[in-house]
Design a protein around this ligand. Structure first.
Ligand SMILES: [Zn+2]
Length: 104
């Protein structure tokens, strides 16, 4: 998911920090962003899913999303899909324009 999350302060990407948190990659790498907020990976996943629920109403789109999202998760978790992502029912939500935002 790292490539899908954008820092609302600097526009840089969010990246996984440590085991289960996402934070601003620019802040981490260069220290030039003031956004020190991090978010639990599980929380982001929940938000993404609930955002999608209302927008991806076509079963085919949902299926496509679930598949590509699971692939992303597998890549970002070192080849293993995190528990719970295999159920398409739990993945009924995703907002294509969803962003991680330091203001929220
Ligand atoms: Zn930032």
């Amino acid at each position: 998911m790292s490539g899908l999350l954008i820092c609302d302060c600097c526009g840089g990407g969010y990246t996984i920090l440590g085991k289960d948190r996402y934070g601003c990659a620019t802040r981490r790498a260069k220290g030039t962003c003031t956004n020190g907020r991090t978010i639990l990976r599980q929380r982001i996943e929940t938000r993404v899913l609930s955002g999608l629920r209302d927008r991806l109403l076509t079963p085919k789109l949902v299926e496509e999303f679930v598949r590509s999202f699971a692939e992303q998760m597998a890549i970002s978790s070192g080849g293993r899909v995190a528990g719970g992502w295999s159920t398409s029912e739990s993945l009924l939500t995703l907002s294509a324009g969803w962003q991680a935002c330091c203001a929220r």
